[in-house]
Design a protein around this ligand. Structure first.
Ligand SMILES: Nc1ncnc2c1ncn2[C@@H]1O[C@H](COP(=O)(O)OP(=O)(O)O)[C@@H](O)[C@H]1O
Ligand SMILES: [Mg+2]
Length: 310
């Protein structure tokens, strides 16, 4: 459905996307997972035809995107990261406006708008202005505007940021339902658990590059041999300890915050022995040890690091 080859986008000297290539098959729910600034919105804005100045090839529905923009746009619905709705139009009028942009009119437009209002759970407030809505309701209306023309491909850019739990759940359920009805989905988020729960294939991107990809199971399998140990030490950990631990062959990563130290390593048994010896050699004792298998969040942090992103 989508073929992207060597896509590259630069804003002056900031490289937002570095020659990335990937494909989306019909029926996929593809997750684009990445920290802030990874390049998710830029990728989506290119697919949605919002950014037109880029390098590389983008094919959608078998055709070149930039040469067949109008035709392709009708088959794609983009839910942008920042909510775009008209505040002086009612919920219904917003949907009517976006529906008419895609060529719907008359009875057909009304049918689509009615169905969409029901789908996003806003039929009862259809006549109200969005300024009276909660964040979650605005977001649902925003999603409605993107799907009112029944696109084959729906792209959502962090649609659950900053909204209440009920709206969030409603949105995730709606995405599953849209997929069941035949839509292909691209879903971006920095929430690992959302991606894990709804996506069947994942691209992890960071600093404009794809750093890992596969099905959710593949990624978990691949990193599952890793075990994460958490120790509570008898005093605040120091750099020497972290550096000694990192030197161990079986240790993949090590992160220390005050008395808590988290060590991810390749194998269980013998690695634990070595870790304990290293801790004691550095003059520490420990109160507790916990171990757990990697989940997607651990994998994400191991791959992208823990440095805070703007
Ligand atoms: N309009 C813009 N002008 C300049 N730099 C931008 C612009 N939009 C995004 N960027 C930069 O491009 C990079 C990727 O941003 P973005 O695609 O928004 O990432 P994400 O959606 O993953 O958070 C970031 O470094 C960001 O600061
Ligand atoms: Mg973004």
């Amino acid at each position: 459905m989508i073929k992207i080859k060597n896509l590259h986008k630069q804003y002056n000297d900031i490289v937002a996307i570095k020659n990335i290539s990937f494909e989306v098959q019909e029926g996929d729910i593809l997750g684009l997972l990445g920290p802030n600034g990874a390049g998710k919105s830029t990728t989506i804005s290119i697919l949605g035809g919002i950014i037109q100045n880029y390098r590389g090839e983008v094919e959608a529905f078998g055709k070149n995107l930039s040469k067949n923009k109008k035709e392709i746009k009708r088959k794609i619905g983009v839910v942008p990261q920042d909510i775009i709705i008209f505040h002086d139009l009612t919920a219904r009028e917003n949907l009517e406006y976006f529906g008419s942009l895609y060529g719907l009119k008359g009875k057909e437009l009304k049918k689509h708008v009615d169905e969409t209002l029901a789908f996003i759970g806003l039929e009862k407030v259809a006549k109200r202005l969005p300024k009276t809505f909660s964040g979650g309701m605005k977001r649902r209306l925003n999603i409605g505007c993107a799907i009112v023309h029944e696109p084959k491909l729906i792209i959502l850019d962090e649609p659950t940021v900053g909204i209440d739990a009920q709206s969030r759940n409603h949105i995730l359920e709606s995405i599953r339902l849209l997929h069941k009805r035949g839509a292909t989905i691209i879903y971006t988020s920095h929430y690992m658990e959302e991606i894990e729960s709804i996506c069947d294939r994942i691209l992890i991107i960071d600093k404009g590059e794809i750093i890992e990809q596969g099905t959710t199971e593949e990624l978990l399998d691949q990193y599952n041999q890793n075990v994460c140990y958490r120790f509570t030490l008898n005093k605040v950990g120091n750099k020497a300890l972290v550096s000694d631990l990192k030197k161990k062959e079986l240790v993949e990563s090590c992160f220390c915050q005050e008395e808590n130290i988290e060590i991810v390593c390749k194998d269980a048994g013998c690695a634990l022995q070595e870790i304990i010896e290293t801790i004691e050699k550095n003059g520490f004792r420990y109160h507790t040890i916990n171990s757990k298998k990697n989940n997607l969040e651990d994998i994400f942090l191991q791959l992208t690091g823990r440095t805070l992103r703007d």
